[in-house]
Ligand binder design. Sequence first.
Ligand code: 13P
Length: 338
Amino acid sequence: MSTQSELQATVDAMVQPGKGLLAADESGPTIAKRFKTIGLDSTEENHRRYRTMLLSTPGLGAFISGVILYEETLGQKADNGTPLPELAASAGIVPGIKVDLGKTALALAPGDEITEGLDGLAARLDGYKKQGARFAKWRAVYNITATLPSAFAMEANAHALARYAAICQQAGIVPIVEPEVLMDGAHTIERCAQVTAEVLHEVFGALHRHRVTLEHMLLKPNMVLSGTDSKPVAATAAVAAHTVQVLKRAVPAAVPGIVFLSGGQTPEEATLNLDAMNRLGPLPWGLTFSYGRALQEPPLTAWKGKDENVEAAQQALLKRAQLNSEASLGKYQVSMEK
Ligand code: 13P
């Protein structure tokens, strides 16, 4: 298979009406933070048990077309010896891998951050591919204040995202390009819209200069929201209108799918907002979810690290996935939460 047809086949498997992605790629420190909420030690074995539980949820493939894994998970096995990427693939869920090495302060730009991990990326991708990964994810992070992010930070992060995406496509791996404008702060929804638009324009300019094929990538953006400390909180209708307007202005129609991060919204909020946006259609791209916390909070809380809770946890995940599936079609109703 040529690299182009390989990329296209992966995109086709990932972008399906009524389906979205499960982000289960928490790094060591992040999964430790999540496990702390249920009083569980963050050991490799507990990571394996937890992620095996998620991926072996019966019927998950009806609503989830891809899963983003962490490097450690790629090499782990279920109790019966099946490698976890294979477990996902056998359920019709394309396995992918988070490849960035996390964020750090951007030099000479106080308050701005940059994501690292480009050096040696091509060689790492070869290894991940042998372990079953067909797509990748790289997250850039932008803080909002009255003056941040700086134009310099937007340019530097766009450059890194585009370099990453080009390296992935050359390796036959579909890149998920994730520029996340954080919710933290007291800013208005209008300010979030302004920053998100500038970030996206910079990212798509860089993707073009780096020769990235837009048809063979997915965008994972934040929703346009008011800051977590802002009052009043922007309503669902405003979130949907601002987000869709920004995306229509900044994201070329050649991009097959936009898959949102949840970013700290509650599971219900993330579902409701996605639904409201899809009701504003028709839209030029698929608009669906790639949630971490908003999909995992209910199963994590139900599981509590105990084998006897596996079934209840899987039901909680399946339910959240199904509700988000409805939202990706603009067919969710709050009454379905019961
Ligand atoms: P959240 O949905 O929890 O924001 O995580 C998505 C993700 O992949 C962040 O990189």
